[in-house]
Design a protein around this ligand. Structure first.
Ligand code: SAM
Ligand code: SF4
Length: 334
């Protein structure tokens, strides 16, 4: 369904929700192997199956032509894709806020350029401040590089920086206060994410390692005076403020599906599959559209408009019955 407010068509689904936010996966590859995201021996896609940088740009442009005002690049690790800075420079000129989710490893060398090319805000993943735990969670010994990357990002002066921490019981749940202190010291935000059952992971039992947002909130309530914020994101985040800090604390609780009613987002996988809902398989093959009609952005836009009818009303996740969704997070674009 579409609606013309001015002369511009916009994206509206069957349930009247307007899609204004698109997350684009730039690559399925990564320099880390986080235990909740990838298996140790991942097989990555052959190059021809992955969207080219030009195809990603065409998609981003078509979405903004249809009123999308927020674009996020993610992956895999978006900043390890060769040539990504050129894509970012072009996307920085589109009339939309440009955001990147990154593991931070490339930020020591890239933070300044990202800011210069028009990236507005960064989400940087950081699950642990302790080298051994960081290494066990990410299967990489590059905590020092990530910390240097966060410092470089703070210096570069983005409009916002948010840390993302996936909390697993018995692994890093004892660090939630330390992570909040780290964010407070830098006056940046932090969000705690519940693990989602995406992809078959053998290394740990998700039902056992699951740590709910309520449990984290209870730990933090003992340390801080948390004030619930009414801020709405159209996503699964709920925010709290602290009376003595500019940092916000967020919680992403995908297991509670009460945010579906306000969902304003879609995702595009690295293979160009448009996913209308993170927890469902409803999708459209945009790579096929682009490769069978190269350069025909009008057709692409028409397909995007048609795809709105595929967006399901809500998602269901069940930790006991995994894996319901066989895609890994690095394919989906988290
Ligand atoms: N490589 C970048 C990074 O780590 O920030 C971007 C891609 S990563 C898939 C995006 C976010 O998804 C990260 O914050 C990561 O912690 C989170 N993530 C990955 N797998 C997850 C899972 N199974 N459940 C919840 N969050 C997950
Ligand atoms: Fe890589 Fe991000 Fe997945 Fe970790 S969460 S393996 S950094 S894509």
């Amino acid at each position: 369904m579409t609606e013309s407010t001015s002369s511009q068509p916009v994206l509206i689904d069957k349930f009247g929700r307007r899609v204004e936010y698109v997350r684009l996966s730039v690559t399925d590859r990564c320099d880390f192997r986080c235990v909740y995201c990838m298996s140790e021996e991942m097989e990555f896609l052959p190059r021809e199956q992955v969207l080219s940088l030009e195809e990603i740009y065409n998609l981003a442009k078509s979405f903004t032509d249809l009123g999308v005002n927020k674009l996020r690049l993610t992956g895999g690790e978006p900043l390890v894709r060769k040539g990504v800075l050129g894509l970012i420079e072009k996307m920085g000129q589109l009339p939309a806020e440009l955001l990147i989710t990154t593991n931070g490893s490339q930020l020591p060398k890239m933070a300044k350029d990202l800011k210069r090319f028009g990236v507005d805000r960064l989400n940087i993943s950081l699950d642990s401040l302790q080298r051994d735990k960081f290494q066990r969670l990410t299967r990489s010994d590059r905590l020092h590089q990530v910390l240097a990357g966060i410092d470089a990002a703070c210096e570069a002066g983005f409009n916002g920086i948010k840390l993302n921490a996936v909390v697993l019981k018995g692994r890093n749940d004892d660090e939630v206060v330390d992570l909040v202190e780290f964010a407070r010291d830098r006056e940046i935000d932090i969000t705690f994410i519940e693990e989602m059952p995406l992809g078959a992971i053998t290394e740990h039992d998700r039902a056992e390692s699951y740590c709910s947002s309520d449990e984290i909130l209870e730990m933090l309530n003992q340390e801080y005076d948390l004030l619930s914020s009414t801020e709405k994101t159209g996503g699964p985040s709920k925010y709290y403020r602290m009376s003595d800090s500019r940092s916000k604390i967020g919680f992403i609780s995908p297991h509670s599906h009460n945010f579906c009613g306000e969902c304003n987002r879609v995702r595009v996988t690295v293979e160009g599959r448009l996913l209308l809902c993170l927890g469902n398989e409803h999708s459209m093959d945009l790579r096929e559209v682009m490769r069978s009609h190269p350069g025909d952005n009008e057709l692409l836009k028409q397909k995007l408009i048609e795809s709105m009818d595929l967006k399901p009303e809500r998602h269901y996740f069940d930790l006991e019955a995994e894996p319901q969704i066989v895609r890994f997070m690095n394919m989906t674009g988290g």
